[in-house]
Design a protein around this ligand. Structure first.
Ligand code: TYC
Length: 120
């Protein structure tokens, strides 16, 4: 899926359900909340024929906090496979990474593209 996927609407909080205690009084039982971990998003970089390899390596090092060795491996995977995951983040952080990469590429005059997509 592409970058600007709207967040899923939050489910309503689980209501307390009415019940009766031993004396017949109506009481509200606490229902345990079902808490799920937040949806995570992977930042995927796409290959193109024009962006220099060195630029991609530096971008991956700078914005995804990878050492040069790891950044080079990720860049080569993108170059060979057409795309590759640079990191996995919460929705807002992933969107910020995409913006940072796209702005750096635009500023340098390279066509490098990057998207975020929900992790399955
Ligand atoms: N294919 C580019 C080249 O040969 C290098 C490249 C790698 C570009 C990864 C983009 O996301 C990318 N110069």
């Amino acid at each position: 899926m592409a970058t600007n996927t709207p967040p899923k609407p939050a489910k309503p909080v689980q209501p307390a359900r009415p019940a009766e205690d031993d004396s017949g009084s109506v009481v509200l039982e606490r229902v345990p909340k079902k808490v799920k971990p937040p949806q995570m998003y992977q930042v995927v970089m796409l290959n193109d024929d024009y962006t220099p390899m060195e630029f991609v390596v530096v971008v991956i090092q700078e914005f995804f906090n990878k050492d040069r060795e790891t950044a080079t491996q990720i860049m080569l995977k993108i170059h060979l496979d057409g795309k590759g995951v640079c990191g996995v983040y919460s929705r807002d952080v992933a969107a910020t990474k995409v913006d940072q990469v796209m702005e750096a590429a635009r500023h340098a005059g390279h066509p490098l593209q990057c998207v975020s997509e929900p992790v399955e």
